[in-house]
Design a protein around this ligand. Structure first.
Ligand SMILES: NC(=O)c1ccc[n+]([C@@H]2O[C@H](COP(=O)([O-])OP(=O)(O)OC[C@H]3O[C@@H](n4cnc5c(N)ncnc54)[C@H](OP(=O)(O)O)[C@@H]3O)[C@@H](O)[C@H]2O)c1
Length: 264
């Protein structure tokens, strides 16, 4: 199926690594003009990517308001944005009682306000030109409230509600604008892979054994019983970014390997 992303301008926050980079690679193969972003290495990563589309690098920290403003202006200089993917995010297990106000604020700056700032700039422009796709890369944690990372879970829940609130604002506009959240489950990014290798070594287990036991003990409800590959999330996002997905709006799309037992 042609996703009709050829020539579309797509910005993906935090796309030098992990899920964001996988999304960039997929939409690039679909012929999109992809703007990648991170706080470092954007030019190097851009030079490593190739495909029928175009890669543009915009470096900067979206958790800082003045940098977010500069990044929005730079994106505008490349044309009208068709697809905004709010991907960048941080997570870190921390006992609830030890999480300071500063850490809560930092999680909100990085995981929530970075998305808010980009949406505030681009959503009205999308409404004016009657087309746009906004996709928040949230997490299953935003629906489950993980006890090991309550601050992360709250920030990811906020992202889902941000998406639904903006989708509600498209009502009756007649425009082909959708705002959705994608909720990945445990995904094998470099950070997760390093953690897995170290943990397996410390416990004197093979990585395969560690993964089997991790899912059996920590995520027994996962239907996959394995980590998701970033590319598996990227293909879901590519479809939601496509003009073909116009009937999906305000949704929380689970791509978590079935570990949330609810049917919606
Ligand atoms: N991996 C998982 O298991 C998993 C599961 C569910 C949901 N998610 C969500 O998926 C998203 C991506 O996660 P990931 O695991 O792929 O992350 P990752 O591998 O750690 O990559 C994060 C990316 O964001 C960039 N970044 C970090 N802080 C930034 C900032 N302040 N400004 C601009 N860029 C920034 C990083 O580059 P620099 O460090 O150079 O800035 C990097 O490109 C996150 O929102 C996460 O919550 C991940």
């Amino acid at each position: 199926m042609d996703l009709k992303l050829d020539g579309k301008l797509v910005f993906i926050s935090g796309s030098t690594k992990g899920i964001g980079r996988a999304i960039a690679e997929v939409v690039l193969q679909e012929g999109a003009r992809v703007i990648i972003n991170g706080r470092s290495d954007t030019a190097t990563v851009a030079s490593e990517m190739s495909g029928p589309g175009e890669v543009i690098a915009i470096e900067g920290d979206l958790a800082r308001p003045e940098e977010a403003e500069r990044i929005c202006t730079e994106i505008d200089s490349h044309g009208e944005l068709d697809v905004l993917v709010n991907n960048m995010g941080i997570f870190n297990p921390h006992p609830f009682a030890d999480i300071s106000d500063d850490e809560w604020r930092y999680f909100f700056d990085v995981n929530v306000l970075s998305s808010v700032r980009l949406c505030r700039h681009f959503f009205p422009k999308m409404l004016e030109r009657d087309f746009g796709r906004i996709i928040n890369i949230s997490s299953e944690a935003g629906m489950r409230g993980l006890e090991s990372m309550v601050h992360y879970s709250v920030s990811k829940g906020a992202q889902i509600v941000l998406g639904r609130g903006l989708a509600n604002l498209t009502k009756g506009s007649g425009a082909d604008i959708t705002v959705n959240s994608v909720l990945p489950g445990p995904t094998m990014t470099a950070g997760v892979s390093n953690w897995l290798a170290e943990s397996a070594q410390v416990q004197g287990k093979t990585e395969a054994q560690f993964v089997r036991e991790f899912f059996k003990e920590t995520e027994p409800d996962s239907l996959l019983q394995r980590f998701i590959e970033p590319e598996e999330i990227a293909s879901v996002v590519a479809f939601i970014a496509s003009p073909r997905s116009s009937a999906i709006n305000g949704a929380s799309i689970k791509a978590e390997g079935g570990l949330i037992k609810s049917i919606v």
